[in-house]
Each structure stands twice: as structure tokens, then as C-alpha cells.
Design a protein around this ligand. Structure first.
Ligand code: AMP
Length: 221
């Protein structure tokens, strides 16, 4: 199969991470989750981590210049040569334009953009009950996708933690930021014909099948 470059758009808690992990595994492409990269930097106490910790904790956006540098380094790594699924980037129209320029220079482009749609109250519930594996990043939920052993990841045994920005007030702030800065990307990609609106409310398996159904159909054309 040809290289595949995918963007997942969606509000916090819409299921981007869960879908992106599975897509990356199945299509053997890189899963590039900017939030995970930043959280690791914060945990490691690196210069980048120290720069972004406060804004992340408040649910704000890290400056575009920082994010564009980060993504420019990441998409040229060997594991991204067969393609990638971007989870959490771009988050502003300026980031999307910068990404397009980076890819243009490499003679590449984005093939598919999926926008996962979930109503706001469900988003709050999903984020507030979320637990994330501190080792592999897999997501769980207190009222749904519970792990087999409390507090431990089914896949790697890592410790499950609550994200610092998943408290209700911060989640609501992140949703506002999404509406103001990120939702306009649906129009941006809609205009270029690569956007696919996906109902993100059903179980993860159902969402996954609607995404892959589209990918396989598009691949056959
Ligand atoms: P996420 O795990 O995707 O929800 O990201 C967690 C936090 O990291 C966000 O609330 C932002 O503070 C920051 N972040 C992640 N990706 C980006 C991005 N593309 N642009 C700006 N900030 C970002």
C-alpha cells in the first residue's frame, strides 16, 4: 500500500488518540501525538517541557512556532517515511498552513482528514473520567473502558494516571480553545476536499470501521 498521511481532527476527548493508535498499528505508519510528545518533555523536565508546562496545565495552546519546529523534526524521522497519523496537530490554521509548506518542500501532501464529532457534554464526561497509561499512552475510562487490573495498563502493565489537564474546569477551557482556534480547520480542509466528517459517538470499534472503510475505499480508487 502507498504511504498514507492522515490528520485526525476533533475536540479533546473525541477519541483521536484511541483511533490514531489503532490506525498506526494497522497501516504501519507513525502515530504522531503532539500532546504525548509535550507531556513526555514536561515529565523529563527538558527546556521544551519547562517552556510549555504552564500553558498546558491551563488548557491553552503552545505557540505555533514551537509546535511547527517540533512537527518539522518529527515527520522526517524514518518511521514516518511510510506515512503518519497526526493526533493533536494541527490545532490552528497557521499550523495547518505551515504543515502544508513543510510537506510541499518534501513533495508530499495530506491524503485524508477525519473530523470526529462528539457532543460537548459527552466530551466533558469522557475527559473527566479518562486514565492514561504512563508508559504506552493507551487510554482508559473509569465508566467504560476499564482496565482488567485496576490502575494498570492491559497492554504493557504501565501505571494509569489522570492527566493534569483533565479536571472539569480545564476541560471546559480546552473545549473553548478548540471552538475558537481548531474548529476553523474543518473549513480549511473541507475546501481542499480531503475532509471526512465522522460520527465519533459510537463505540471505538464502530468509529474505527467507519474510518478504515473510507480509507480502504479511497485506496481502491
Ligand atoms: P492533547 O493530548 O492533544 O489533548 O494535548 C494536550 C495539550 O498539549 C493541549 O491542551 C495543548 O496545551 C498542548 N498541545 C498539543 N498539541 C498542540 C498543538 N498542535 N498546538 C498547540 N498546543 C498543543
Amino acid at each position: 500500500m502507498e504511504a498514507m498521511r492522515i490528520i485526525l481532527l476533533g475536540a479533546p476527548g473525541s477519541g483521536k488518540g484511541t483511533q490514531a493508535r489503532r490506525l498506526a498499528r494497522e497501516f504501519k505508519i507513525a502515530h504522531i501525538a503532539t500532546g504525548d510528545i509535550l507531556r513526555r518533555a514536561v515529565e523529563a523536565g527538558s527546556a521544551l517541557g519547562r517552556e510549555v508546562a504552564a500553558v498546558m496545565n491551563q488548557g491553552g495552546l503552545v505557540p505555533d512556532t514551537v509546535m511547527v519546529d517540533l512537527i518539522a523534526d518529527r515527520i522526517v524521522q524514518p518511521d514516518a517515511a511510510r506515512g503518519f497519523v497526526l493526533d493533536g496537530f494541527p490545532r490552528t490554521v497557521d499550523q495547518a498552513m505551515a504543515l502544508e509548506k513543510l510537506l510541499d518542500r518534501m513533495n508530499l501532501s495530506i491524503d485524508h482528514v477525519f473530523h470526529l464529532n462528539v457532543p460537548e457534554e459527552d466530551l466533558v464526561k469522557r475527559s473527566v473520567g479518562r486514565r492514561v497509561c504512563s508508559q504506552c499512552g493507551r487510554n482508559y475510562h473509569l465508566a467504560g473502558a476499564v482496565p482488567r487490573h485496576p490502575g494498570r495498563c492491559d497492554e504493557c502493565g504501565g501505571e494509569l494516571r489522570e492527566r493534569d489537564d483533565d479536571g472539569e474546569a480545564t476541560v471546559r477551557r480546552r473545549l473553548e480553545v478548540y471552538e475558537d482556534s481548531t474548529r476553523p480547520l474543518a473549513d480549511y480542509y473541507g475546501a481542499s476536499g480531503v475532509l471526512r466528517e465522522v460520527d465519533g459517538t459510537p463505540a471505538p470499534d464502530v468509529v474505527y470501521h467507519s474510518v478504515t472503510g473510507w480509507l480502504r475505499g479511497a485506496g481502491r480508487r
